[in-house]
Design a protein around this ligand. Structure first.
Ligand code: UD1
Ligand code: MG
Length: 454
């Protein structure tokens, strides 16, 4: 069966109190509408239509990476009117699925079930709510068949008591939908063309209306204000935590982890509290991550240990490295196996080969550091001359004494030793010792000044 998905996103979102169109507000670092579109794409429909209105240019720019047909709804005359705008482009033999751009967390499986319906059937996603106020109510006949949907504002007291409500998500054969939409009237409490009015038309035409229920309420929850947005973000956080634990990850507290992107994990990973993952992060087997750490777009190998309070972005960290506490690893950094990076060390755009130790208070930028190197405390690569960045190259087995400045461009040959407190501006040959400190002077029996009495 061929499918067209119509995503309704013309709403303004007044209650967000924002200049940004509602559907562009982020949930876990991805806009609401992108959540919907990512799910829609996975359903592999023939076409996805995005009905936009308010903030159209922004919505288009933010969704430019999808293959979409954009449909402008210039006047917001109701959900039926919104779907109608897309109908001229949808072939008769398609099944139309309607999604809302502000309902971000509907599960793929829920929608897949609806897509398995036979062609000549209308599918409706409904939920039962303890407090159904505000929603369209599902009216059923005595033998429990759906007969129509009545909006809250048009409902009488007895209909208002119905707890089963319309989520807005439905599938309808295009050929019939086209006909039913064109017959819609707006003689209701809101003077809108209600998409929901196609239900009674379908029933009259003898079409089966099949209802589905999502596994959780949050799947069909829309976002109207920032309180609902935060609630769904919390739900998303919880879902990610549950999924990780099911895969065998130990979370010291499932309420204190955020995955804003995709996180793939090996066996027996342990994650302490307040760890934030952004973008695409991969963790190998037995990785341990300490508390209060942010990791973005990074690949981490087996047996790596990240101690607390690190910020790591766009890096590749090979097996058995030990990072932190308080380390900052910046973009384009590659740490080979068994590298140790300690507290208050910043590394940027550098490669560090196997077994090297950079343990305390250092800045390593634009550098190539060899294997089994020891970088002493307080070593700085002076990579920037005020105008341009320059490279530092350090060979294998080099020993850099503490409090050293390596003024780039500069090279330290294999096995060279740099005495503590050096300022190195020229190449040090392999195996040489470089010392730049002035010779120590000592003055015997030195008398310190004494305080003058007033
Ligand atoms: C709609 C349903 C109601 C259901 C509820 C679930 C109708 C008539 N009512 O009501 O049965 O219980 O959703 O949340 O369908 N939109 C447009 N253009 C428009 C109008 C709406 O794009 O002209 C979009 C909105 O941006 C939103 C969605 O359609 O994403 C739903 O619109 P909304 O105004 O929230 O409908 P409700 O009155 O809540
Ligand atoms: Mg609504």
């Amino acid at each position: 069966m061929k499918y067209s998905i119509v995503v309704l996103a013309a709403g303004q979102g007044t209650r967000m109190c924002s200049d940004l169109p509602k559907v562009l507000h982020p949930l876990a670092d991805k806009s609401l509408v992108e959540h919907v579109l990512d799910t829609a794409v996975q359903l592999t429909p023939d076409c996805i239509y995005l009905v936009y209105g308010h903030g159209g240019e922004l919505v288009k720019a933010a969704t430019a990476h999808y293959a979409l047909s954009y449909i402008e709804q210039t006047e917001r005359l109701g959900t039926g009117h919104a779907v109608m705008q897309a109908m001229p482009d949808i072939p008769d033999n398609h099944q139309v699925m309607v999604l809302y751009g502000d309902v971000p967390l509907t599960k793929l499986e829920t929608l897949q079930k609806m897509m398995q319906l036979p062609a000549n059937t209308l599918g409706l996603l409904t939920v039962k709510l303890d407090n159904p106020t505000g929603y369209g109510r599902i009216v059923r006949t005595l033998d429990h068949k759906v007969s129509r949907i009545v909006e809250e504002k048009d409902a009488d007291v007895s209909i208002k008591k119905i707890k089963e409500v319309n989520t807005g998500i439905m599938t309808v054969p295009a050929v019939h939908l086209r006909q039913w939409l064109s017959a819609l009237k707006n003689d209701n409490a809101q003077n809108e063309y209600y998409l929901t009015d196609v239900i009674s038309q379908a029933v009259e035409a003898g079409m089966t209306v099949q209802t589905f229920e999502p596994d959780t309420l949050e799947e069909v929850q829309g976002v109207n204000d920032r309180i609902q947005l935060a609630a769904l973000e919390g739900y998303h956080r919880q879902q990610c935590a549950m999924a990780l634990m099911r895969k065998g990850v130990t979370l010291r507290d499932p309420a204190r982890i955020d995955v804003r992107g995709s996180l793939s994990t090996g066996q027996d990973v342990l994650i302490d509290v307040n760890v934030l993952f952004e973008g695409e992060v991969t963790l190998g087997h037995r990785v341990k991550i300490g508390a209060n750490t942010v990791i973005r777009n990074t690949r981490i190998g087996d047996d790596v240990e990240i101690l607390p309070n690190c910020v790591i972005e766009e890096a590749v960290i090979d097996a058995a490295c030990r990072i932190g506490p308080f380390s900052r690893i910046r973009p384009d950094t590659h740490l080979s196996t068994q590298v140790h990076v300690g507290n208050f060390v910043e590394i940027k755009k550098s490669s560090v080969a196997q077994g090297t130790k950079i343990s305390h208070l250092s800045y390593i930028g634009d550098s190539e550091v060899g294997a089994e190197v020891n970088i002493g405390a307080g070593t700085i690569t002076c990579n920037y001359d005020g105008a341009n960045k320059h490279k530092t190259i350090i060979g294998d087995h080099v020993f850099v004494g503490s409090d050293t400045q390596l003024v780039a461009p500069v090279e330290i040959g294999e096995g060279a030793t740099i005495g503590a407190g050096a300022t190195i501006t020229r190449k040090v040959e392999a195996g040489h010792l470089a010392i730049t400190r002035s010779p120590q002077k000592t003055i015997p029996n030195w008398q310190r000044p004494v305080k003058v009495k007033k």
